[in-house]
Design a protein around this ligand. Structure first.
Ligand code: MG
Ligand code: MG
Length: 266
């Protein structure tokens, strides 16, 4: 069952998402070598609660933290640990909030310190593929057009692995609603996109094989070949000519740039 949203509901979902974006922007400012994922997670939880919201993931099916923090070969759903970030780490931070009964869901992948060119490309292409997917999220297109656009840009153009086991999803009063939004698929296939459809699009793209497994903690998804993975996510509302992106990377990107300059002031 798909719940199509009213404009009023979409504005509520936007507020929850902009709080996720503000939290990720705080993360962008603070994340650095020597800090642990648990420290970062606590800061994010405090930030979210100080803004009158609750973390959407904490307690969801027993997940123990506010953020999913997935490092290097970890794809998604990483449980924060007290291991310290080190120079060269690629860290995906996925955050959900519940504000006034509506959910925000967005994710961003950060490089810690100096990142080699191959990994910079993986991160750039994964982010690009998110926007290629969003471009297709307009009335009259089909769900498969979004999936195809992500797969085409990452797998076909760059030879990366597109994770099959996990997908984007509808978002609203619940964190995971129908429909599923795969990052692979065929053009012109699947659900017809209509006004009021709100979905989280979230490419999970691996440097090597598409194949993944779940760690012994029953949460963390890891690449089979140990190569690194990147993950970016926006929540969007389908509209006539252009999707409405409800989360925002603007402040995250500005803080990311300032943070990198702080660590490497060349
Ligand atoms: Mg997410
Ligand atoms: Mg999601």
């Amino acid at each position: 069952m798909i719940y199509y949203k009213t404009n009023e509901e979409i504005e509520q979902i936007r507020k929850a998402n902009l709080l996720v974006s503000a939290t990720l922007a705080m993360v962008a400012k603070e994340i650095k070598p020597g800090m642990s994922a648990i420290e970062l997670d606590k800061m994010a939880e405090t930030f979210i609660r100080d803004h009158g919201a609750t973390p959407a993931f904490k307690g969801y099916k027993g997940f123990p933290a506010t953020c999913c923090i997935s490092i290097n070969e970890e794809v998604v759903h990483g449980i924060p640990t007290d291991d310290e970030f080190v120079d060269g780490d690629v860290v995906s931070v996925d955050i959900g909030t519940v504000l006034n009964g509506f959910v925000g869901d967005s994710a961003y992948t950060f490089g810690i310190g100096e990142i080699n060119e191959d990994l910079q490309r993986l991160m750039r292409v994964t982010k690009e593929s998110l926007y290629k997917g969003i471009e297709k999220a307009i009335v009259g297109n089909r769900l498969g057009d979004i999936s195809w656009a992500v797969q085409e840009h990452t797998e076909k153009m760059h030879g990366y692995g597109v994770v099959r086991e996990l997908t984007g999803h509808g978002v609203g009063k619940k964190i995971h609603e129908e429909p599923e939004v795969p990052n692979y698929g065929r053009r012109g296939n699947g659900l017809m996109l209509k006004e009021g459809l709100v979905i989280a699009i979230e490419p999970m793209i691996n440097m090597g094989t598409k194949d993944v497994y779940c760690a012994d903690d029953d949460w963390t998804i890891i690449t089979n070949d140990g190569k690194f993975s990147a993950h970016y996510e926006h929540s969007i509302a389908v509209r006539k000519n252009k999707a409405d992106i409800l989360s925002s990377f603007d402040e995250i990107e500005a803080n990311e740039k300032a943070n990198i300059n702080l660590v490497f002031p060349y």
